[in-house]
Design a protein around this ligand. Structure first.
Ligand code: ATP
Length: 266
């Protein structure tokens, strides 16, 4: 049975006279991988920022598992939504393990005094956190690099580490903003497999991406934003065949034969 994890209702975001997102209704259900695509400047990242509390929408509401979210990033994370960003935002001079541990802080209950005094409660919490972080590093294939500095990882592994750090907050929904940007085809394929594996762990995924092949292979459903409005939403096949989508992408990587079949679009 599908139940809504995320529900955005009538979300509008204006910057002065510019409406970057206009009356968008959007749902992600449990167990789903949903794609959000659109030409440059369509409002995708602005919409993500509205979902994650970085922006307070001018109008509309965002709910997670039936409860309206407070527009504060740390409260959104605590509620169960984690994200990555277009540009890598790791702690470059921390180790791989430390980066994942940072991602767990919303889930650790030990308070300031316990941490300062390093009492038995704190030590146990620390051990549990480390175990959980190592389990995540195993999952993404970076356990053997736990003590490497994040800045010394190759690009593709840095992006994986960001995903592990986001997963460390134990989200029910993961938002990925251009996870394959700058990746070679092999790294992109690995990321695709990783996203499927994340979904199989019970985490719903919403992904922004310009790589159409990646999106159409991966997603159960795809929504298209154009000039801040949701133009089309449906399965990959429906979206690929929609003439309005083809028109919106003319001049973009998706140009060419409108009858292009799945997997051949780039
Ligand atoms: N903080 C801001 N202040 C003013 N305008 C903004 C702000 N953030 C985004 N915009 C504008 O809102 C519009 C949508 O931008 P946004 O970055 O959300 O698009 P996008 O679809 O994510 O683009 P891209 O694919 O290039 O990342 C653009 O016209 C952009 O200039």
């Amino acid at each position: 049975m599908t139940t809504p994890v995320l529900e955005a209702r009538d979300v509008t975001m204006r910057f002065g006279g510019l409406t970057a997102v206009r009356s968008v209704d959007f749902t992600v259900n449990s167990g789903e991988i949903v794609g959000l695509i659109g030409p440059n400047g369509a409002g995708k990242t602005t919409f993500f920022n509205c979902l994650t509390g970085l922006y307070v929408p001018t109008e509309g509401t965002v709910s997670y598992q039936g409860t309206v979210l407070p527009p504060k990033p740390h409260l959104v994370t605590k509620a169960g939504i984690a994200r990555t960003f277009q540009n890598i935002r790791l702690f470059a001079n921390m180790t791989v393990l430390e980066n994942v541990l940072v991602g767990r802080h919303t889930r650790t209950k030990e308070g300031l005094w316990s941490a300062l005094l390093r009492g038995p409660g704190f030590k146990k919490a620390e051990r549990d956190s480390e175990e959980r972080a190592m389990e995540l590093l195993e999952f993404i294939g970076l356990a053997h690099k736990r003590d490497h500095l994040a800045r010394n990882l190759p690009y593709g592994e840095q992006r994986k580490l960001e995903i592990a750090r986001a997963l460390a907050s134990e989200p029910g929904l993961l938002l990925l903003d251009e996870p394959t940007a700058g990746m070679n085809p092999q790294e992109t394929r690995t990321t695709e497999e990783l996203v499927f594996a994340i979904r199989d762990r019970g985490v719903a995924v919403l992904v922004i991406e310009h790589d159409m092949r990646f999106i159409f292979n991966l997603c159960d459903r795809v929504a298209v934003l154009v000039q801040g409005e949701k133009l089309v939403e449906g399965t990959s096949d429906v979206v690929q065949a929609d003439e309005r989508v083809v028109a919106a992408y003319l001049g973009e990587p998706f140009e060419g034969d409108p009858s292009t079949t799945k997997g051949e679009v780039q």
